[in-house]
Design a binder for this molecule. Structure first.
Ligand code: MG
Length: 365
């Protein structure tokens, strides 16, 4: 299964509705997402696709890293040797690649290798990974941005809630007083029975997070409190996890299994949220998930439902998937809801094919 060709495309994909988290609100709404797509073709004719994204620039650097640094390391190698290639790339890019853009670009490559593996085995990825369930609970998070009014959140969420999805997650974190008012109004308008999580994108300090956590716990009733404080502050996460009954969810900013280990050994997260395209792809994310399983920590992957649905259907430790359909325009197929749960597209590997029309339309370079 020799790798014969590796082709990258840098895209700028429009996202509707526009996003604005507590991290981004100062620069207004963002309605595009930088995405690097890779196609890997083997000598036997199988083509695998992968992708990675950046929220804060770096697109041209990602393209250059892919073309100039990583492609030469994997060209002519065996596409089925994902562990060998992950190790090779790790050691050959160690001084620039343990975190950040190199790791993100390699994630796209690793996803494509798993797509090839599934196609070679003639199995959908979720079956290859373990075949644990046919569908996975999913919550929506694209309807809860900070710029949205309570009325807009409800209007945009309703079609999904009516289908029976697990619930929704909304952004908080820019202004605690506003958060209290907004989330109180949202809870009142939605009623008590809708599952609701809050995500502060690291923007509270520890004292504020404790006070807000008590408010979310006692007055609102939330499914989890996500990224309450900066990801660097593991001790603060541990303090919050120990002093609040609501689960602390975190992990989207972590770039290695060791970083998850550092959190878990200090009891600093109750729910792990690995990002497949920051951790180095499926290969490394599997290691994080299996480690979480050994520590009885539920896993709900960050974003990327088109990839996470396979992990969710393949592995017992995944409890939910985040439905943020940013990349839907890129593909001819997409995971669908059935009785409120998400099911993977049919077909081997990822079950996805790239829309050439979308690639031509969104090409950035
Ligand atoms: Mg988040």
């Amino acid at each position: 299964m020799q790798i014969q060709e590796i082709k990258f495309n840098l895209l700028s994909i429009p996202t509707t509705p526009a996003r604005a988290s507590a991290t981004e609100i100062a620069s207004g709404r963002n309605d595009k997402i930088t995405t690097l797509v890779v196609k890997i073709r083997t000598k036997s004719g199988i083509e695998g696709i992968g992708f990675a994204y950046s929220l804060q620039g770096g697109g041209k650097a990602m393209l250059a890293i892919g073309q100039e640094d990583l492609a030469p390391l994997i060209l002519n190698e065996n596409a089925l040797d994902n562990e060998k290639l992950a190790s090779k790339v790790y050691w050959r890019t160690q001084t620039i690649g343990r975190t950040g853009l190199v790791q993100q670009v390699y994630s796209a490559i690793d996803v494509a290798l798993w797509d090839i593996k599934g196609k070679a085995a003639k199995l959908p990825l979720h079956k290859l990974l373990g075949g644990f369930r046919e569908s996975i609970p999913a919550y929506i998070s694209h309807t809860g941005w900070l710029w949205m009014s309570v009325g807009q959140i409800i209007d945009l969420s309703k079609p999904f809630l009516d289908q029976g999805v697990m619930g929704l997650k909304v952004k908080v974190g820019a202004n605690p007083q506003n958060d209290i008012e907004r989330i109180s109004n949202l809870r009142e308008a939605m009623g008590e029975n809708i599952w609701l999580a809050v995500d502060a994108n690291e923007r509270y300090d520890t004292g504020t997070a404790l006070a807000m956590g008590n408010f979310y716990q006692d007055e609102i009733g939330v499914g989890w409190f996500e990224e309450p404080i900066t990801c660097e502050n593991i001790k603060g996460h541990s303090y919050l996890a120990n002093n609040l009954d609501i689960p602390i969810a975190s992990g989207e900013m972590l770039f290695s299994r060791e970083e998850f280990h550092n959190y878990l050994e200090k009891g600093a997260m109750d729910i792990a949220q690995p990002d497949i395209t920051r951790l180095g792809g499926i290969t490394n994310t599997l290691k994080v998930i299996h480690y979480c399983e050994s520590q009885n920590i539920p896993v709900s992957p960050h974003l990327l439902p088109e990839l996470a649905v396979h992990l969710g259907c393949g592995l017992p430790q995944i409890t939910s998937v985040e439905y943020m359909p940013w990349f839907e325009p890129l593909f001819n197929e997409y995971p669908k809801f059935k009785e409120g749960k998400l099911i993977p597209p049919e077909g081997p590997g990822l079950g996805l094919s790239l829309s050439e029309k979308a690639i031509n339309e969104y090409i950035a370079s």
